[in-house]
Every structure is written in structure tokens, then in C-alpha cells.
Design a protein around this ligand. Structure first.
Ligand SMILES: [Zn+2]
Ligand SMILES: [Zn+2]
Length: 351
């Protein structure tokens, strides 16, 4: 992600900030120009210091402290371009639902930052009632109820279990599933991969190219998942897939690869914004020198990204280990996984 600073006082800001810690200005995010901006109230409209000509108002979800994005004051939309896709949110009269939903919204807004940077097509359910992109954030049913909320994608509708915002329950699920990491942002980036599989592959006649890279998705999905949960990944999964779950079915392989691609690009942009340069002060067999002196959202080919990514993950994993945290990126990319990332890269850039 880019770096942001307060236009009023120069303080460095996080994407999620709603108020400048230094000068107290309220902050809003302008999705069109990817700018976080200090805001000043003028009459009953807000003036954005980063874009002072046009008045703005906050997305309706700002009232619930769940969004800091802006909408032009003249627009008829109540919600920002990220919140417009929400179809269901959990009942907010329960404090725990509100807390969970806010946490999920942080991840969702990060997701949208990247999708908008790539200028990916984002029709909502008003633009396209049958296949538009929509989110259901669902709280767990009462204890003893038969149905469970399952995070997943169906025909443009992404369901996110609000439980995924709860650290204890997410960690439990991570261990049960044998995953190396599990985060709300990872869920969003994975599920949106299923959505774009339909939009950019099935709808665009790219199934042959997809099958050549990921295998035949016509194999029985329910059976494939059942077999994966019963037997686990194949012994050589590391040589073929980006993660264990990617081995379950070509659709899951694609969604996992897509999610990793978004992780890689976002993290590289952040590293570049901070001017991080990797130059280990030790003689190693292969050069680990890297610098992100390019825009990863516009990088020409996957090799450019991977050349910077591998040294960077080595460095940040080492930093995490220094404070006793798990690896930031607990994966090893095989050449087959890199080829699949290359497929996603081409898809995003040549759609
Ligand atoms: Zn400030
Ligand atoms: Zn919003």
C-alpha cells in the first residue's frame, strides 16, 4: 500500500486512521485518487485538503466507525464504492457483532484498495442484479442451531462468517485446518479470487488457458473437497501449489494463487513506499539484493515481482522471528506456483 500523510501537519498516517494523531484533523479516504486526506467542515459539507475544489461527505458507515471513505457531496449514493457492495451485516445491537464487523470492514477496505488500483471491474447488485459483487457478513447462529455460517463465494455473493474476526475462534479453525496462516484479509482476497475466476476466465472464454495451468475444474467439486479433508494434500504439494488448500480443487488453487498475488503486490508496494532495500551484509550463494523501485501494480512481468519478493520475505520473516512472531509470509514459492502467479498477473493486466 501507498504511504499517506496529513495535509495539515505532515504526520505519517495509516490507511485506517480516522483522525490525525498529531493535529486532530478528521481524515477521509478518496478512492478515486487513492489519497487519505485531512478534512475540514465548511457549513454542512466537508472539504478535503487533498482535493479542495469539490465538497464531500463521509460514507454512511462512518457513523458506525466502520468506514473512513468519502463520497462526493453531490452524489446520490449513501455508501462509498467499497460499502455499496454490502448486502447483509450482522445485527449491530449486539456489541460483539459490531466489533467483529468493524474488524472485517478494515480487511474489506484493504481488499478494495488493491482491486481499485488494478482497475478491476466491480459491478454491484444494482448494476448487475444476478452476478454483481455483494457481501453477506453473517453472525454465527445461536448455539445448538443446525446451520453454520460458512465463508465462501456463490455467483457473486461472498459470505464472510463474522466469527473470522474473533482471534480465538479463527486460531482454532486455523489449527483444525492445518493452515500456516489465517486472516480476515486472506479470506477476502481468496473469496474475491472465485468471483474474478467467473468474471475474467469463464465469462471471457479463457477456460483452456486456465486448465493448462491449474487443471480441469470440471472434476466433482464436493468430492474433491471431501477427499482433501479426508486425506490431506498430496506429499509433493509444495512443488505444485502455493498452499495445501490449493491442492483441493483447481478452483481453490486459483483462489489461493489469486490471494497470494494480491498479498505480494500490496506488500511490495508498502516496502517500496518505505524505500526498503534488501542488501544482506553476508556473502551468500545467490544474490538476495532487492529494491522495489517500480510500481508493483504496473509491473511488466511476474519475474520482476518475484525477484523482489523472495529477498523481502526472507528479511521480514527474519524480523518477525526477532520478536517471536510467526513468519509474515510462511510459504515457499516453487516454480510451478510462480507460473500460476504469472497466470494471475497476466489476467489482471491483459483482461
Ligand atoms: Zn495532522
Ligand atoms: Zn464505506
Amino acid at each position: 500500500m501507498k504511504l499517506f500523510k496529513c495535509q495539515a501537519c505532515g504526520q505519517l498516517l495509516y490507511f485506517e486512521n480516522t483522525r490525525c494523531e498529531r493535529c486532530g484533523h478528521r481524515l477521509g479516504y478518496l478512492p478515486k485518487t487513492f489519497a487519505l486526506t485531512a478534512m475540514e467542515l465548511e457549513g454542512d459539507a466537508w472539504r478535503a485538503l487533498a482535493s479542495p475544489r469539490e465538497p464531500y461527505r463521509f460514507c454512511a458507515n462512518a457513523e458506525l466507525d466502520a468506514c473512513n471513505w468519502l463520497v462526493p457531496a453531490a452524489s446520490e449514493e449513501r455508501y462509498c464504492c467499497a460499502c455499496r457492495h454490502n448486502r447483509t451485516i450482522p445485527a449491530l445491537d449486539q456489541e460483539q457483532n459490531l466489533r467483529a464487523w468493524r474488524k472485517l470492514e478494515l480487511a474489506k477496505h484493504r481488499l478494495f484498495y488493491g482491486l481499485l488500483r488494478f482497475r478491476l471491474p466491480l459491478a454491484n447488485r444494482i448494476d448487475d442484479p444476478e452476478h454483481g459483487l455483494a457481501f453477506d457478513f453473517l453472525a454465527a447462529p445461536p448455539a445448538g442451531a443446525a446451520a453454520k455460517v460458512v465463508t465462501g463465494h456463490h455467483n457473486g455473493l461472498i459470505t464472510i462468517a463474522a466469527d473470522e474476526a474473533d482471534d480465538a475462534s479463527r486460531e482454532r479453525a486455523r489449527q483444525e485446518m492445518g493452515e500456516t496462516y489465517r486472516t480476515p484479509l486472506g479470506h477476502f482476497r481468496h473469496e474475491i479470487g472465485h468471483y474474478f475466476w467467473t468474471r475474467l476466465i469463464a465469462d471471457k472464454g479463457r477456460l483452456d488457458a486456465f486448465r493448462a495451468c491449474f487443471g480441469d475444474e470440471r472434476m466433482d467439486y464436493a468430492q474433491a473437497l471431501e477427499s482433501y479433508y479426508a486425506k490431506g494434500p498430496p506429499a509433493d504439494w509444495q512443488n505444485r501449489f502455493v498452499s495445501t488448500y490449493a491442492s483441493a480443487h483447481p478452483w481453490e488453487d486459483f483462489a489461493e494463487t489469486w490471494a497470494h498475488y494480491l498479498h505480494v503486490v500490496d506488500t511490495l508496494e508498502t516496502a517500496g513506499a518505505f524505500g526498503l532495500r534488501i542488501a544482506p551484509r553476508i556473502d551468500v550463494a545467490e544474490s538476495l539484493d532487492a529494491e522495489v523501485d517500480f510500481d508493483p501494480y504496473r509491473a511488466g512481468d511476474i519475474e520482476r515481482l518475484v525477484e523482489a519478493w523472495l529477498p523481502l520475505t526472507f528479511a521480514v520473516n527474519s524480523l518477525n522471528r526477532s520478536v517471536g512472531q510467526p513468519d509474515l509470509y510462511p510459504f515457499i514459492l516453487s516454480s510451478a506456483a510462480i507460473a500460476k502467479l504469472g497466470f494471475v498477473h497476466d489476467l489482471v493486466h491483459r483482461r
